[in-house]
Design a protein around this ligand. Structure first.
Ligand code: ADP
Ligand code: MG
Length: 254
């Protein structure tokens, strides 16, 4: 299978703390990768390096077979020009725990904004795509309202529509349901599941093991910046093959 994103020996430090420790990861086009692990293990930092929101200290990122995001000076990575990064980021959509919608814009304007400012689309074009994406997440009827009037689950679906409107080739989700009341989690996972069914490549950080088991092709357990285990869900969740640290972590979740 064709590799869409490859991380090679990625290191990210914050001062003396190594948040991501020599991580190698190949993601195939269409693959669904779920990353689990305790708080502070480096999951968000790793996801953010994939979208160039964190500058790596060493290593290389390849997108569609080409090194990207960095130029190297004396072997050290330096972030590429803002213009190149913006283009790359539009290919890799990201959805955060906090929805980060613009409060002063309607739902429709939120979903149009990046298309106009980053992709340079006309307002008419952007509106058409935005309406399609709102339809996809089941929120066509909310286009003209402001985010403050939406439930958390609806806000997150708008955030997903906004990311999709950039026509990304892959999507990153960082604990997309962690800020939601339990009864709103299902609608957001349903939306992500339907994207998975469409064949979208995705990396999802979540504590929801049911979702991981159901949707993932690959599950990764991360701790102190390292991958402790990585495998297909059947293997990952089987009691026999389970690493003691993963078992301990999962027992605490229940
Ligand atoms: P997770 O998402 O698994 O909870 P994070 O990637 O957020 O973990 O954090 C990994 C480690 O890096 C933690 O020890 C955290 O405190 C630290 N860290 C994350 N972001 C920063 C930052 N901007 N400055 C300093 N330390 C950070
Ligand atoms: Mg996190």
């Amino acid at each position: 299978m064709e590799t869409i994103l490859e991380l090679k020996k990625i290191v990210k430090k914050f001062g003396s703390l190594t948040a991501v420790n020599h991580i190698d990861l190949k993601i195939a086009r269409g693959e669904k990768v779920v990353i689990v692990g305790p708080s502070g293990s480096g999951k968000s930092t790793l996801l953010r390096t994939m979208n160039f929101l964190e500058t790596i200290d060493s290593g290389e990122i390849q997108f569609e077979g080409k090194p990207c995001g960095y130029i190297y000076k004396d072997g050290n990575p330096v972030l590429d020009s803002q213009k190149n990064l913006c283009a790359l980021r539009s290919e890799i959509g990201m959805v955060f725990q906090q929805f980060n919608l613009f409060p002063h814009m309607t739902v429709l304007q939120n979903v149009m904004e990046g298309q106009v400012t980053v992709l340079g689309k006309s307002k008419e074009e952007a509106r058409e795509v935005a309406l399609q994406m709102l339809e996809k997440v089941g929120l066509s009827d909310r286009a003209t309202v402001y985010p403050v009037t939406l439930s958390g689950g609806q806000k997150q679906r708008v955030a997903i529509a906004r990311a999709l409107a950039m026509k990304p080739k892959m999507m990153l989700f960082d604990e997309p349901t962690s800020a939601l009341d339990p009864e709103l989690v299902g609608e957001v996972f349903d939306t992500i599941r339907s994207l998975a069914d469409d064949g979208m490549t995705m990396v999802i950080v979540t504590h929801n093991m049911g979702f991981a088991r159901e949707v993932a092709d690959t599950v990764i357990f991360m701790e102190t910046g390292d991958f402790v285990a990585k495998g297909a869900p059947a293997e990952f969740f089987s009691a026999e093959s389970q690493h003691p640290r993963i078992k301990e972590f999962m027992d605490k979740l229940l």
